[in-house]
Design a protein around this ligand. Structure first.
Ligand SMILES: Nc1nc2c(c(=O)[nH]1)N[C@H]1C(S)=C(S)[C@@H](COP(=O)(O)O)O[C@H]1N2
Ligand SMILES: [Mo]
Length: 230
């Protein structure tokens, strides 16, 4: 009896040591994707079972270079065909219910990447502004294209798809070069519809409106599996 007890003790100790060794090997093995595991700088590397493109490897496109937007003084203005124009601070954007999507951004130039995008739904914000029935499109004015507006999206598309304004990418606050305070997650549209550095969204009935790229012939529908030009 005594002998057996002793053996049990030693084999338990041996098993425990083996488990610890395995755990150490597993945790140091970067190849095994663990959901939500942080990569460089606390970035999320896997979402919904899919490996995300690290931020450092994602593309970056800016027609007039990085725009520096001050978090404290920033306001997103919502006006045009609305009952109640809004002026929304960064903290207010972050206080809306946040949603996360796994989504590819595909630039019309042929590159793309997969990321986790997190932010409020534009439709929730528009609901607070009270969209008038005549409104057909939303025009996105950005800090580098403040007068003419950078691009537009159909209101029906925004509401049906519950389009997000991404404050975070791979769970990291959107860097300045990537559009801080947010980038429009224009699901299934070419990258030029994913407006960055947006300061003003105007609701309009003008179905003929064309944005910066659309004016020079890029498809206003911008379906990312469709033709680049109209
Ligand atoms: N304001 C603004 N938004 C913009 C652009 C731009 O030049 N200015 N470039 C667009 C294009 S062409 C692409 S492909 C995507 C690229 O997004 P990323 O730089 O976050 O990867 O941003 C889009 N949003
Ligand atoms: Mo693009």
């Amino acid at each position: 009896m005594r002998f057996f007890n002793k053996t049990n003790k030693y084999s338990l100790l041996f098993a425990a040591i083996l488990i610890i060794i395995f755990a150490v090997i597993l945790s140091s093995c970067g190849e095994i994707p663990i959901a939500g595991s942080p990569g460089a700088g606390g970035e999320t590397t896997v979402f919904e079972g899919v490996k995300l493109t690290p931020i450092a490897q994602q593309g970056n496109n800016a027609l007039k270079g990085t725009q520096d937007i001050d978090k404290e003084s920033y306001r997103l203005v919502i006006d045009g065909l609305v009952e109640k124009p809004l002026s929304i601070s960064y903290d207010e954007l972050a206080a809306y219910k946040q949603e996360s999507w796994l989504m590819d951004l595909n630039c019309v130039e042929g590159w793309g990447f997969t990321a986790k995008w997190t932010g409020p739904r534009l439709s929730d914000i528009l609901q607070d502004a009270g969209v008038k029935p005549e409104a057909k499109i939303a025009v996105f004015y950005t800090s580098e294209v403040p007068d003419e507006g950078y691009t537009s999206l159909d209101l029906e598309y925004i509401i049906e798809n519950e389009i997000l304004l991404a404050l975070k990418i791979n769970d990291i606050v959107l860097p300045a070069e990537r559009g801080f305070p947010f980038q429009v997650v224009a699901k299934s549209k070419y990258g030029y519809k994913w407006a960055k550095w947006v300061t003003h969204i105007e609701l309009s009935s003008d179905a003929n409106y064309r944005g910066y790229w659309e004016k020079v012939g890029y498809n206003n529908n911008a379906d990312d599996t469709g033709p680049a030009f109209e």
